[in-house]
Ligand binder design. Structure first.
Ligand code: TMP
Length: 237
């Protein structure tokens, strides 16, 4: 597999073309950002941690029956992935109130949301990824109705599986964001599942073990990410 030119550079990841038009190389960099890119920093080891955590979780989801873009772990910070035609939406599930939900509704952090809440956001950095709903998807032809209902169902299934999975390691899955795309006319989970895109709390202390440590300007981000890896028995290569 030959790594070719850069196709897309995001805030924390880079996609490269390969000599196979159906496959891309996804590189996780050491970068981190908050406030829609207004704050940018670098953390040593973060790229390899996120790459291998993402590969581990996506592999678990594959075994559970979710189709993912993952093909092969290539190196410490790179994974070979399918080239998807991404839907321009972000899907968020919230099991407990945190982050923007707390700000939006003034509900106390940690409040149980039962059944979990499903939210949609438009992928549009210039407009700060505004919240949307199914009506927006229809009017602006973002996602066909048949795909949207499948995407929502899949996101809830992923949530149920991962909540149980993390709980076995005494971790609470507070919320997460996922993105999907089409490949061969099938809906495939793309982008990433990492501690940048999900909130995980310790079950007994409710300590945060995710990107909120950085968002809240606290120390110990990489130590927390590594503690999660240790609990899940993920050994870095
Ligand atoms: P929020 O509370 O900031 O809306 O985020 C909800 C979850 O979605 C949280 O786990 C972080 C994740 N997320 C992303 O990964 N990328 C984003 O652009 C946004 C808005 C949220």
């Amino acid at each position: 597999m030959q790594k070719l030119d850069e196709l897309y550079r995001g805030k924390t990841k880079t996609l490269y073309n390969t000599d196979d038009p159906l496959l891309l190389i996804l590189e996780f960099r050491n970068d981190i950002s908050a406030l829609n890119g207004q704050r940018i920093d670098k953390f040593c080891r973060k790229g390899m941690i996120n790459n291998q955590f993402n590969y581990f979780i996506m592999s678990k989801l594959e075994k559970f029956g979710v189709l993912t873009q993952i093909e092969k772990l290539l190196s410490q910070s790179e994974t070979l992935v399918k080239k998807l035609d991404m839907f321009p939406i972000e899907c968020v599930i919230r099991n407990r109130a945190a982050g923007s939900f707390v700000k939006r509704f003034g509900i106390k952090e940690g409040f149980y949301l039962n059944p979990p809440i499903f939210e949609l956001f438009l992928k549009n950095d210039c407009q700060n990824d505004p919240m949307i709903n199914t009506s927006y998807c229809k009017t602006f032809k973002l996602v066909k109705k048949k795909y949207l209902s499948q995407i929502q169902k899949l996101t809830y299934q992923i949530n149920e599986f991962l909540c149980n999975f993390f709980l076995k390691s005494d971790l609470i899955l507070v919320d997460f964001k996922v993105e999907f795309g089409l490949y061969d006319n099938k809906i495939i989970l793309g982008d990433e599942f990492s501690l940048d895109s999900a909130r995980l709390w310790d079950r007994s202390t409710l300590d945060k073990m995710d990107k909120d440590i950085y968002r809240q300007n606290r120390l110990g981000l990489i130590e927390a990410y590594e503690a999660v890896l240790k609990r899940l028995d993920i050994q870095l290569t």
